[in-house]
Design a binder for this molecule. Structure first.
Ligand code: FAD
Length: 469
């Protein structure tokens, strides 16, 4: 296990995130001789899609599906590439001078980089329905994480609700693991099909449609799938039932566990806190960094690769990591021989082909993104939709002012669970677009760190003299 003291003070390339994008980038750069370190906050590499790939207790290869096990090759490649792979390492700051603040086992270090690739992936989109903070309600991604990393499966009456490829994948994985699913409450509007139709030809040429069709068939064979247009979780102190609406009728379903999911969005916190420019992506309903063809951001020396650059999936993430790494190698070691970027770009284009169809087909409805009334929006500070809407009506212009007025986004998650909702509620109240309203301006530390960690930062000779004066 690498400790903070084992780290070199500087590296050619620092890669943040050990998912497919980070692993592919670190391997490529280290193999051609760049001094490379990869940091990932988890106990092992793999990111979201290949979580626990080097340590999962799941032995039955069919449960998680063949795509999961493909992550093993990426992890082994990185292990022998010459890159320093450091897990249990949380990056809490990155500044435009490419100084990286990282903590490992309670000890912090500031590392100097010549190039940085942010590969921090995606997060699940906030899904603020009434009762989503009740014990017994969690995200589908959290359930999948415990399945992949600990081999744990839900027991009791389990209901899945929402939309998006991940929800269907998890349903199939749980069924293969022997879990009984009471129902799948599908929140994707039927009208999305019509809007997605123009993108169907590309989707049929992409690797997604066969996998997708097989998943839908597998789940529908065993689970009642119900189209719903309203959804809430009810219970006194913990989940007792799921309340859903179909047209004008309300239904109640007894449940012990409700797994929510309606898509993933780029994890923008670190790139945002470096000051990198971001823009609103209307098709994916999220903010994403503004990047050039090599995934370089508006901050020189910092690239963003993988799903952190916009949602395109695990295989595309690895290709994006390679493109960003090739650009770093070309800048730092132009004589080195690297794979032909054109070939990598062609692979990436093929992987991205089906995305538009999926984005539109699984576009979450406005009502599920813009709650009303006492539904909690900011879980950290318990700020409700009513409060945010009322403050917007009194002229609060944007999320950063909302932070000052209501403390929304000021808790331990730093807006990861409320940022998009707050932006969309302000936009709706003020009749503006989310692009006009903007997003939180984030600052380091982007992950909570203790004072003891800060105090563990070694101080240089100059600072020591300054302190002693
Ligand atoms: C919960 C969840 C589950 C998913 N499951 C699947 C799946 O089963 N199949 C599928 O096809 N797609 C899945 N996805 C979609 C997923 O985004 C992509 O498939 C793929 O994992 C993206 O790869 P990436 O390398 O961009 O990022 P990721 O795989 O997300 O890897 C990013 C890594 O960076 C780490 N990290 C983030 N911030 C820091 C920091 N400050 N310091 C250190 N480390 C940090 C994260 O913990 C993570 O390990 C999932 C997404 C989510 C959010």
């Amino acid at each position: 296990m690498t400790s903070a003291a084992d780290l070199s003070p500087s590296y050619d390339l620092v890669v943040i995130g050990g998912g497919p994008a980070g692993l592919a980038a670190a391997s490529l750069a280290a193999r051609v001789g760049l001094s490379t370190v990869l940091f990932d906050e988890n106990p092992g590499v793999g990111g979201q899609i290949y979580r626990g790939i080097t340590s999962t207790p799941i032995k039955n290869g069919t449960v998680l599906g063949e795509e999961y096990w493909a992550g093993g090759a990426l992890a082994s490649e990185a292990k022998v590439s010459g890159a320093a792979i450091v897990t249990g390492a949380t990056v809490w700051t990155l500044d435009p001078s490419l100084a990286v603040g990282v903590s490992i086992a309670g000890k912090a270090r500031l590392i100097q980089a010549r190039r940085v690739i942010i590969a921090t992936g995606a997060l699940e989109r906030p899904f603020p329905i009434p009762g989503w903070t009740l014990p017994g309600v969690m995200t589908a991604g959290a359930a999948q994480t415990t399945l992949k990393a600990q081999g744990l499966v839900p027991d009791g009456r389990t209901v899945l609700a929402g939309c998006g490829p991940l929800l269907w994948l998890l349903a199939a994985q749980l069924l293969r693991a022997g879990v009984k699913i009471e129902a799948m409450l599908d929140t994707a509007s039927r009208r999305n099909w019509l809007r997605a139709l123009p993108h169907l030809p590309d989707f049929l040429l992409s690797p997604y449609w066969r996998k997708g069709l097989a998943l839908l068939r597998e789940v529908k064979a065993k689970v009642p799938v119900i189209a719903v247009d309203r959804l809430s979780a009810a219970g006194d102190g913990k989940l007792k039932e799921v309340v859903y609406g179909t047209g004008g009728t309300e239904h109640r379903l007894a449940a012990d566990l409700l797994l929510l999911h309606h898509g993933v969005v780029p994890n923008v916190n670190l790139a945002n806190a470096t000051g990198a420019a971001h823009r609103w992506n209307e098709r994916q309903l999220c903010f994403e960094p503004v990047l050039d063809d090599d995934f370089t951001s508006s901050v020189p020396g910092i690239a963003v690769a993988g799903d952190g650059a916009g949602i395109a999936g695990g295989t595309a993430a690895a290709e994006r990591g390679r493109i960003a790494a090739i650009a770093a190698v070309r800048a730092l070691k132009p004589e080195a021989s690297v794979p032909d970027p054109q070939v990598v770009r062609q692979k990436l284009a093929r992987e991205e082909m089906g995305r538009a169809f999926l984005d539109i087909l699984y576009r979450p409805a406005d009502s599920f993104r813009r709650p009303e009334g006492d539904t909690v929006v900011c879980r950290c500070e318990e700020v409700t939709a009513r409060q945010v809407r009322a403050m917007a009506d009194t002229g609060c212009e944007g999320p950063n002012q909302m932070k000052a007025f209501l403390r929304s986004g000021m808790g331990p998650c730093q807006g990861r669970l409320c940022g998009l909702t707050v932006t969309e509620l302000i936009a709706e109240q003020r009749g503006l677009s989310p692009a006009e309203v903007g997003y939180y301006r984030l600052r380091p530390p982007v992950k909570p760190i203790t004072l003891a960690e800060l105090a563990s930062l070694p101080i240089g000779e100059a600072e020591r003299k300054a302190v002693e004066r």
